[in-house]
Design a binder for this molecule. Structure first.
Ligand code: GDP
Ligand code: FE
Ligand code: FE
Length: 205
């Protein structure tokens, strides 16, 4: 297993896993660096179970929070330079680190695989259509072993049964949490809700 991901296929990532770890360790606090490595391990396991590319799961798991600790001004610069949706400017780091952070992963780490970049873009807010890889990263981030919120065990069980049901569960509970805490909801989060929650509703209660 580890052999498979010591060196990635060049189309997945030109850096070796060790080089990638060094770049991440420089960009992240020790705590967040440990988080992305746990997410990678869960993502690799799910990729094996659901027959998804293991190298892509490794790179996307490691890089999903690459931009999390960047100052706001870096995101604002990228939103403007790349002409990303101006409505992004109404939000903050929670939304930017995935949707805008993927651009930093591409430009700074040289990762061009669109499956990986989309999984990073979608890891916080989801989307109506998500590839199995994107579903895996969305769920691995939510259920990694250090997560301990109420409901995490149900999420872990659902993911074993049906990845899509897990996506629906997380989406429903995140929206519930945001509303209960009077937080702004990014419109794509509602798009994700409409695409996944009614479809899997029966399995969530
Ligand atoms: P992390 O980066 O590993 O901490 O995990 P995530 O990227 O999944 O989540 C980052 C934060 O974004 C969490 O606190 C979520 O509750 C929050 N979040 C998810 N969706 C939305 C949304 O639509 N609006 C806002 N304001 N926050 C959201
Ligand atoms: Fe994140
Ligand atoms: Fe994360």
């Amino acid at each position: 297993m580890t052999k498979v991901i010591d060196h990635y296929r060049p189309s997945v990532c030109k850096l070796s896993r060790q080089e990638l770890l060094e770049r991440l360790s420089a960009a992240l606090s020790a705590k967040r660096f440990a988080h992305v490595q746990r997410v990678e391990q869960v993502a690799i396991k799910l990729a094996q179970q659901y027959d998804v590319d293991i190298q892509k799961a490794s790179v996307a798991g490691l890089c999903h929070d690459y931009a999390k600790q960047r100052p706001d001004k870096d995101f604002i610069k990228v939103i403007k330079a790349k002409h990303l949706s101006a409505s992004l400017l109404d939000y903050g780091n929670a939304i930017w680190h995935g949707l805008v952070g993927a651009e930093m992963v591409k430009d700074e780490l040289g990762i061009y695989d669109e499956d990986i970049l989309n999984a990073i873009r979608q890891h916080t807010v989801g989307d109506a259509y998500m590839t199995p890889l994107a579903q895996i990263i969305y769920m691995a981030d939510y259920i990694e072993p250090a997560r301990s919120f109420a409901g995490v065990d149900q999420a872990r069980q659902l993911v074993q049964k049906d990845l899509g049901a897990g996506v629906a569960y997380q989406t429903k509970h995140t929206l519930q949490y945001l509303i209960e805490n009077n937080q702004p909801v990014y419109p794509q989060t509602l798009v994700t809700y409409n695409a996944w929650v009614p479809k899997y509703g029966k399995e969530l209660n």
